[in-house]
Design a protein around this ligand. Structure first.
Ligand code: SF4
Length: 342
């Protein structure tokens, strides 16, 4: 199925993802004795990302955000669809061509302490990618690492320190310095601030925005926090059970969410009761097991707006008159029967 991509981000894409899919063979409950089944972790995801821009991927845990990121980076092989980066198809993982491409696409993880080696001074860890890729010599590498420590607001005095001597925010700055030393054009940020104290989250967000402007970086920004996404992203895609269900401008999407799932996510953002524009919408139950994806619209068992059509007909992601991409019969005015939910 060819899904449209949003027209919001103009210019040639740095990253072009089309109908991306990844399934896994698993066993149902019962361990080795359970029946084999197919889990569709990512199912027909398409988007473009332009240089210097940020696309946010949001959704509940298990919706396919991180699998999408790993597919984009070539850490997983797709079972369907394509990923093109700087005009070229992402090569097979582990090949020399893939390693060359990975220099230009780096990842920042949620837990900076887990991403660093506690036994090695952080300056040495910042230099390490240059060594791995055989770039420069000892003195050049050190001077480049010092430049990057400056760029992330730490300075040369941090070169000889160890990860356990640093705060969470300082460690994440080290992770960013190490990711940037290979001069990537794309950073995939997987919940980069969610492990940090609230008091330093804003500092790291500001740093990310400064680095983006300075190095013309594109970010694929994974988060479950729509408020953070609004601050950081030029566009946001909401995922549910492996598919994008709504995509558009973050401000408009937060003010006027069109898909009932997005409405529930927005409704869950804590705000003063007086400032709430719509009644609080609380979703029923947990997301279904992706092995047993519901027929029709996968969101229908939890959707307060579901109609009979939603039980059998899978909605396609397509534009509303305002340009927002939405996969919902009701949002498109195409429901042909009354609601079935109370
Ligand atoms: Fe709800 Fe139907 Fe829209 Fe799915 S298609 S989100 S079930 S109204």
């Amino acid at each position: 199925m060819n899904q449209p991509t949003s027209p919001l981000l103009q210019g040639p894409p740095l990253l072009q993802v089309r109908d991306l899919a990844r399934s896994f063979q698993v066993r149902r409950a019962g361990g080795w004795f359970g029946k084999p089944a197919t889990l569709h972790a990512v199912d027909g995801v398409s988007f473009d990302l332009r240089p210097g821009r940020t696309l946010g991927l949001v959704g509940e845990s298990g919706c396919g955000k991180t699998t999408t990121a790993r597919l984009v980076l070539g850490m997983l092989t797709p079972t369907g669809g394509t990923v093109r980066f700087e005009g070229e198809a992402v090569p097979a993982p582990g090949t020399a061509a893939w390693r060359r491409m990975r220099r230009r696409m780096q990842m920042v993880f949620q837990d900076p302490l887990g991403a660093l080696d506690r036994r090695i001074p952080v300056g040495v860890q910042v230099m390490e990618p240059l060594q791995i890729h055989g770039i420069g010599a000892g003195a050049d590498r050190r001077s480049r690492a010092l430049e990057l420590l400056d760029a992330v607001g730490l300075g040369s005095s941090f070169f000889a320190r160890y990860p356990h001597e640093l705060s969470g925010g300082q460690r994440q700055r080290i992770v960013l310095a190490r990711a940037l030393i290979l001069e990537p054009s794309l950073l995939v940020c997987d919940e980069p601030i969610s492990a940090l104290d609230v008091s330093i989250q804003a500092q790291v967000i500001n740093l990310l925005l400064d680095l983006q402007a300075k190095f013309d970086l594109a970010f694929l920004f994974i988060s479950h926090d729509l408020k953070v996404v609004r601050q950081v992203c030029h566009e946001v895609a909401v995922m549910y059970l492996g598919r994008i269900v709504e995509q558009g401008d973050p401000d408009q999407l937060l003010i006027d969410p069109a898909h009932p799932y997005t409405q529930a996510l927005v409704s869950a953002i804590p705000v003063a009761a007086a400032a709430r524009r719509r009644p609080r919408l609380i979703l029923k139950g947990d997301p279904p097991n992706p092995v047993d994806r519901p027929a029709g619209c996968a969101f229908h068992p939890r959707c307060p707006a579901a109609t009979a059509r939603c039980l059998v007909d899978t909605p396609v992601l397509k534009p509303l008159p305002n340009g927002r991409l939405v996969a919902c019969h009701v949002a498109h005015g195409e429901a042909d029967s009354p609601r079935i939910a109370a």
